[in-house]
Design a protein around this ligand. Structure first.
Ligand code: HEC
Ligand code: HEC
Length: 211
């Protein structure tokens, strides 16, 4: 019974988010698409962290800087907007985003999401029970089923752990993910991060331009 309830809850949430995204798309109909070439120039300073394979941030805790290559455009726009508004607390990223205009955010998102969309292969390993709920949005293989749902395939394990703990304690404010993370134990978080970070092919570290 519990399982049934939580599944229907997920379906309701997914439908709600889907409707939200349709409305958002209608609202954004007037917004021009981002320009990846302008984005490349704006993203130059970002690459000092985001294009360095295996780069870890030391503050507030040690974990890998997230992989942005192959991430969804719409999700990148909302992530950057959340650092700008303070809904995500990370101080470095707030500093990076605080004076970005909507147009800059769209250009940067277009740059990092350019190229062939991520398409993960057959599922690697067996999904632990806790992951079944997540798959409704993040896909069986960690490729988000809608562009608003981040791709998790191949993302750094320790970054996924950090993000889930931030939602759980309410430091990252997002209605959907705070709800999803609230009930997770540390073991659930470890299992989910291990599963999604092992999916292949996955997100990648964008390379530094050679000029
Ligand atoms: C000093 C290193 C550093 C620099 C420079 C930096 N970032 Fe970040 N970035 C991080 C870290 C660390 C995180 C993870 C923050 C968190 O835990 O929320 C992050 C997170 C992000 C995310 C969220 C990814 C996700 O999966 O949700 C995006 C998008 C992003 N950065 C884009 C940028 C852009 C665009 C720039 C340049 C304008 C930039 N970053 C500059 C370190 C950096
Ligand atoms: C109803 C859809 C939905 C479900 C179910 C869901 N998520 Fe999410 N998830 C989202 C959305 C939307 C975001 C972006 C939130 C934001 O903007 O911070 C997200 C963000 C995340 C992130 C942050 C990614 C990043 O790059 O920073 C992680 C990690 C994550 N989810 C893991 C999970 C796990 C694990 C579960 C299952 C326990 C789960 N999600 C269930 C929709 C969902």
């Amino acid at each position: 019974m519990t399982a049934k309830y939580s599944l229907s809850m997920v379906a309701t949430l997914a439908a709600w988010v889907f409707l939200g995204s349709v409305t958002a798309q209608a609202d954004e109909a007037a917004a021009p698409a981002g320009d990846p070439a302008r984005g490349a120039k704006l993203a130059y300073t970002c690459l000092g962290c985001h294009a360095v394979a295996d780069y870890r941030t030391a503050y507030p805790e040690v974990y890998h800087v997230p992989k942005l290559g192959g991430q969804h455009n719409e999700y990148l726009i909302s992530a950057l907007s959340e650092y700008r508004s303070g809904a995500r607390p990370h101080s470095t990223m707030r500093g990076q985003a605080h004076d970005m205009t909507d147009a800059m955010i769209r250009d940067i998102a277009a740059y990092f999401s350019a190229g062939t969309p991520l398409k993960a292969g057959p599922v690697v390993g067996t999904a632990p029970k806790v992951v079944e709920t997540c798959q409704a949005c993040h896909g069986p293989d960690g490729v988000g089923i809608l562009p608003e749902y981040p791709n998790l395939a191949g993302q750094h394990n320790d970054y996924i752990v950090q993000a889930l703990k931030a939602y759980r304690k309410g430091a990252r404010q997002n209605a959907i993910m705070q709800g999803m993370a609230a009930a997770l134990t540390d073991e659930d978080i470890t299992a989910a991060a291990k599963y999604f970070s092992s999916q292949k092919p996955g997100l990648w570290v964008p390379s530094l331009p050679h000029n």
